[in-house]
Design a protein around this ligand. Structure first.
Ligand code: 13P
Length: 249
């Protein structure tokens, strides 16, 4: 039985003190939730937010991670640094990393393998752009990113992989995939994982939907059979909205 999983990706928002104040308000409101809850602040806010989350059921995630363990990589943050801060989960392959910072499937795959080897849970983001959807390539692009991101990942490591389907055209635009469209893609992703790793892995893998998830559409999306959670951007920045999404499950 898959557990629902609601994650907030704060992107480049909230200073350390704002982040700490936010989670102090949020944590008691979601304390009784049966779902898994995560917040992913910026690197700069991880320490403050992590300290504020101690003793709560809210997990701490990072929005990215270096592809190397250490060394001459100016501006990068290593797995050991994240672990030391209490980070348990890393989001990799977000479309903003792909589109704005040129991260390739190959680089993302390197990060995925390193993160798994270092004991992190990975939220691997995949999803098509609007031109790709309009030209009928949504499934092939998304599954291409999926198999490239998971290249050489072993079946026993799949328990630490979560997939986030985030159609790029739905991110920050207010346009959400219809629950049926999202569920159709989640089903494709699940089947693909089944063909790569076998039916038990397909049945077990948690697939989050991301792209303009809001309190007023969360329930409908989360009631679909293949949608196991949400990766929330804008609505994760307001306590009442994020709380409502957690409670929509
Ligand atoms: P929005 O919820 O703001 O559309 O962002 C989605 C997202 O990119 C989460 O990673």
């Amino acid at each position: 039985m898959r557990n629902y999983y609601i994650a907030g990706n704060w992107k480049m928002n909230k200073t350390p003190s704002e982040g700490a104040a936010f989670v102090k308000e949020l944590a008691p409101k979601v304390a009784g939730a049966k779902v898994k809850v995560l917040v992913a602040p910026s690197f700069a806010a991880l320490q403050a937010v992590g300290d504020a989350l101690k003793g709560t059921n809210v997990l701490l995630g990072a929005q990215n991670m270096a592809a190397e363990e250490s060394g001459a990589h100016t501006g990068e943050v290593s797995p050991a640094m994240l672990k030391d801060l209490g980070v348990k989960v890393v989001i990799l392959g977000h479309s903003e990393r792909r589109a704005i910072y040129g991260e390739t499937d190959q680089l993302i795959n390197k990060k995925v393998k390193l993160a798994l080897a270092q004991g992190f849970e990975v939220i691997l983001c995949v999803g098509e752009t609007l031109p790709e959807r309009e030209s009928g390539k949504a499934v092939s692009v998304t599954l291409g990113q999926l198999s490239a991101g998971l290249k050489d990942v072993q079946a026993e490591e799949m328990k630490n992989i979560v997939i986030a389907y985030e159609p790029v055209w739905a991110i920050g635009t207010g346009k959400t995939a219809t629950p049926q469209d999202a569920d159709d893609m989640h089903k494709e992703i699940r089947q693909n994982i089944g063909s790569l790793y076998g039916p038990p892995a397909a049945e077990a893998v948690v697939i989050q939907y991301g792209g303009s998830v809001k309190p007023d559409n969360a329930k409908e999306l989360l009631s679909m059979p293949n949608i196991d959670g949400a990766l929330v951007g804008g609505a994760s920045l307001k306590v009442s909205d994020f709380e409502a999404i957690v409670k929509a499950v």
